[in-house]
Design a protein around this ligand. Structure first.
Ligand code: B3K
Ligand code: ZN
Length: 880
């Protein structure tokens, strides 16, 4: 496999103005007829270079140029391309290929999921459907006819509007026309026996849009939440971004076998069924919220991605970073803004920071790739969204909106770059963002070290900040970034201090500032500071960096109690917990008696007693840093020791706080019984706090608590409470109750694959139950299939990512297991194998003994006779 480089980008030699496709779908193959209206790219001259089309795993049956049938002597074809010599600047090209969707286990291109046909074309799946210029800067109009057996496939869909349909004997056909030009990666086709829920939306200019969600018949009662979410996000995009929908119909189709969450095909989004289907009895709050955000994400792509698309795949974050930023702001508006920010920051710091610190680190705009599927990463998505968020912070909301309007207006219908996005922000603000763009080109997580000094006599307060960024593959030295640090100052009574920031570029309010760092070392001075302040730094996680300031535990407890910034209250609790756990780690390491500092219990008690905090934030504050996050903070990750220390502190907290936690649990459980379940912010906060309380109480191994947990499991009318109870049982010492509950659960939900996913992962992720032997057993369960990505994630993913003590078992058995699964998957579905391997790619983080075991597995994989391009690239970079 060869490296593709951004610096080698060249415009396409030819353009495709019109694409006319006809699909003939049969049970053991499909025929695809393509009629392309093409021309020499007028920007490039009038010579006629050879035309090179992409095509993979296609059997060519017919080829004609300008109606002249071509024979093998007229073209060249290999495993990836077809080339031929055009004779005129404008011409038509007709082809017929035979493909086998029913044997397509890679779930890319046209494939079958259960009884239905569907497609996934991003990034380079279209070339598995027909010969084409499969690159995002070739945009064409599409007219698509789908022909299939009427009884098996009553529903035939493609992008745009339905313009004609008809029946011929047992087969029928439908023709769809998409009036908007688009790159091939946004193409979609669906055929199946589907039912739909219909609704409508009136746009800001009074146009009626039909909304339809298609699902397999048994899921028809699980669509309402997705539909509600769709209507909300359509309104939000009009109000917040001035973006109106642009077709008469918007469709969503749910499919069971899907490599990721969902896909924003123009007017015909295809979703992993796990990201659309929900009802209270089968779906947790987390699922309801995930659906709301993914429906919005895909819908928002209609502008940030489809109307304005990417010039090449190096620009992927142009659409993904911006769209994640948009969906996270939407979710913040629909739910608790602070909690959403906490969730996003936690995710970024646990997963993206780990990626940025490992062998697969890459900039938000990578300079090269072998297989673009490998670059749908936390860096492109989540860090990319943080980069857009920083622009939003630096420009302020009004100018950011002007910049976004200008970007959409300037580039509507075009395929553009990250530079074009930033240029629009420069145009409206007059700012020079050249240095800011280092966020797109330099990988790695910047580290800020902050010290301060108070001069009581002159009432001056200085903050000194040094920034640095560790080396990443191919980038030894980094230039300083532009980093917005939002902050405030607290006085001795916890009040917000006002002061003047010298040479302030930005002062959001009198007591809330944004320091803009742009040098390796910088001093900021505040004047008129009446007392020694305590700084609250990086409020709202204003930049994706690691910030170090030497807080004492008393200071953290103080911030936790008084900071006006909800995010930083939570952050203070996290840092306090980290300090306490680290101390216990040290005690364990030196075989000293374990003594847990009482400060955490006191602070948590105060939080639980604070009537001014909402339950959602209370839950976040007492929720404990995950093991994965704690390990990410360590120089060398010590899984077993850190797990022990973390559990010791959790048990200590449970003992200290047993009374208030029990009271809280009882109150919230009673309240839940009285309330009709709705997936809304306030209730979700209550249930989360209830679950958190129960998970602490479980540690006490008390019969009354086990009984209460079993009662909650059996009696609750919603999956959120049932699953949290099940998870507590599975992770407790009450294994006979846990087993009974698992059996009952599996019987009740055997027919519902999405619920079974939860049943699988609650076990695989449990360090109590999820021993490797048990995980292997789960893979023998009739509901498991290695061909279904959701099942792979529910069992293998849950085990390797959430069951760290077992996965990192000292004998290396977890690593052997993962390598086996990666090898098996690679033959079926390379995108999945290259993704599920991730935990092994972090081998450098662990002890020398573990490193050796992990490396051995990686090397064994590398020696396999046949590797997909995807896995080859990951292994090559991991072992480089
Ligand atoms: N754009 C798709 C991701 C496609 C991944 C292809 N391997 C979903 C999304 O980000 O909305
Ligand atoms: Zn996206």
């Amino acid at each position: 496999p060869k490296l593709i480089r951004l610096v080698d980008y060249q415009q396409p030699d030819y353009l495709i103005d019109e694409t006319h496709l006809t699909f003939e779908l049969y049970e053991d193959y499909a025929l695809v007829h393509a009629h392309l209206v093409m021309q020499r790219n007028p920007a490039l001259g009038c010579d006629l270079p050879r035309l090179v089309l992409d095509g993979v795993e296609l059997q060519l049956l017919h080829l004609a140029m300008d109606d002249q049938v071509l024979t093998a002597a007229d073209y060249q074809v290999d495993a990836e391309q077809l080339s031929l010599q055009p004779l005129r600047p404008s011409f038509t090209l007709d082809s017929t290929v035979r493909i086998e969707p029913q044997n397509n286990t890679a779930l890319e291109g046209l494939y079958k999921s259960g009884e239905m046909f569907c497609t996934q074309c991003e990034a380079q799946g279209f070339r598995k459907i027909t010969y084409y210029l499969d690159r995002p800067d070739v945009m064409s109009s599409f007219t698509t006819t789908v022909i299939a057996e009427k009884q098996r496939y009553p529903i035939l869909l493609s992008n745009g509007n339905l313009i004609e349909e008809g029946v011929e004997d047992k087969r029928h056909w439908a023709t769809w026309q998409d009036p908007h030009k688009k790159p091939a990666y946004l193409f979609a086709v669906v055929a199946g026996d589907l039912w739909s829920v219909e609704d409508s939306f009136t746009t800001m200019n009074g146009r009626e849009v039909t909304l339809r969600i298609f699902v397999e018949p048994e899921n028809i009662d699980k669509c309402q939440h997705a539909m509600n979410s769709l209507k909300k996000c359509m309104r939000w995009d009009e109000e917040q971004y001035g973006r109106e929908y642009d077709l008469d119909i918007f469709m969503i189709v749910a499919v069971n076998d899907f490599n990721m969450g969902a896909m924003e095909n123009k007017g015909l989004n295809i979703f992993n069924s796990s990201c659309v289907l929900a009802k209270p009895e089968t779906s947790t709050d987390a699922i309801f919220q995930r659906i709301e955000s993914i429906v919005a994400h895909e819908y928002f792509h209609n502008w940030s991605g489809n109307r304005v698309t990417c010039r090449d795949w190096f620009q992927l974050s142009l659409k993904e970073g911006f769209t994640v930023f948009r969906d996270s702001e939407f979710s913040a508006d629909m739910n608790s803004r602070t909690v959403k920010r906490i969730e996003d920051a936690t995710f970024l710091r646990t997963h993206q920071f780990a990626e940025d610190a490992g062998p697969l680190a890459h900039p938000v705009r990578p300079p090269e790739y072998m297989e673009i599927s490998n670059f749908y990463t936390w860096t492109i998505y989540e860090k990319g969204a943080e980069v857009v968020r920083m622009l939003h912070t630096l420009l302020g909301p009004e100018r950011f909106r002007q910049g976004s309007d200008l970007y959409f207006e300037r580039h509507d219908g075009q395929a553009v770059t990250c530079d074009d996005f930033v240029a629009a922000m420069e145009s409206v603000s007059g700012m020079d963002l050249t240095q800011f763009k280092r966020w797109y080109s330099q990988a790695g997580t910047p580290v800020l070290r902050v010290t301060d000094e108070y001069d009581a006599e002159r009432q001056l307060y200085h903050i000194d900040i040094a920034q640095s960024c560790p080396a990443t593959p191919g980038q030894a030295n980094k230039q300083p970034f532009v980093i917005p640090v939002a902050m405030g100052l607290l006085g001795a009574e916890g009040q917000a201090l006002s002061a003047r920031l010298q040479d302030a570029e930005q002062c959001v309010t009198q007591d809330n500032w944004v320091l803009t760092l742009n040098q390796a070392q910088q001093r900021f001075t505040f004047t008129e500071v009446s007392e020694r302040p305590l700084p609250s730094l990086l409020r709202g996680f204003s930049a994706p960096v690691k910030l170090h300031y030497d807080y004492s535990r008393e200071q953290l407890a103080f911030l936790l109690q008084h900071d006006s910034d909800g995010f930083n209250r939570w952050e203070a609790a996290q840092q306090l917990a980290v300090q306490v756990i680290e101390e216990v780690c040290e005690q364990l390491r030196t075989h000293a008696p374990v003594q847990v500092d009482g400060c955490l219990a006191q602070s948590f008690a105060a939080v639980l007693n604070n009537p001014h905090l909402d339950t959602a934030l209370q839950a976040e504050i007492i929720s404990f840093p995950s093991l994965a996050y704690l390990l990410e903070l360590q120089e060398q990750a010590d899984v077993q020791l850190t797990d022990k220390a973390r559990e010791a502190v959790r048990l200590y907290l449970a003992e200290q706080l047993a009374e208030p936690l029990q009271a809280l649990y009882n109150r919230l459980r009673e309240q839940a019984k009285q309330t009709q379940y709705r997936p809304e912010a306030e209730q979700i906060g209550n249930r989360r706090l209830q679950a958190m309380a129960l998970s602490y109480l479980t540690l006490l191994q008390r019969d009354d608590i086990v009984a209460a947990t079993v009662a909650q499991f059996e009696q609750a009318d919603n999956m959120t409470e049932r699953l949290s109870a099940l998870s507590c049982l599975v992770n407790s010492t009450a294994q006979s109750q846990a087993q009974a509950a698992l059996v009952q659960f599996a019987e009740e939900f055997a027919h519902d694959p999405l619920v079974m996913d939860q049943w699988f992962s609650v076990q695989a992720a449990s360090s109590v139950l999820g021993e490797l032997a048990h995980v292997r057993q789960l893979m023998q369960h009739p509901s498991f299939s290695i061909k279904n990505p959701n099942k792979v994630r529910a069992v293998i993913g849950a085990f390797t990512q959430h069951n760290l003590p077992q996965f990192h078992a000292e004998d290396g058995s977890g690593y052997v297991f993962l390598a086996e699964q990666v090898a098996a998957l690679d033959a079926l579905n390379p995108q999945m194998s290259a993704r599920i391997i991730t935990p092994l790619t972090r081998w450098q983080r662990y002890t020398p003994a573990q490193q050796a075991l992990m490396r051995a597995q990686l090397e064994q994989l590398q020696a396999l006779p046949k590797l997909s391009k995807d896995l080859y690239e990951v292994l090559e970079r991991t072992l480089a």
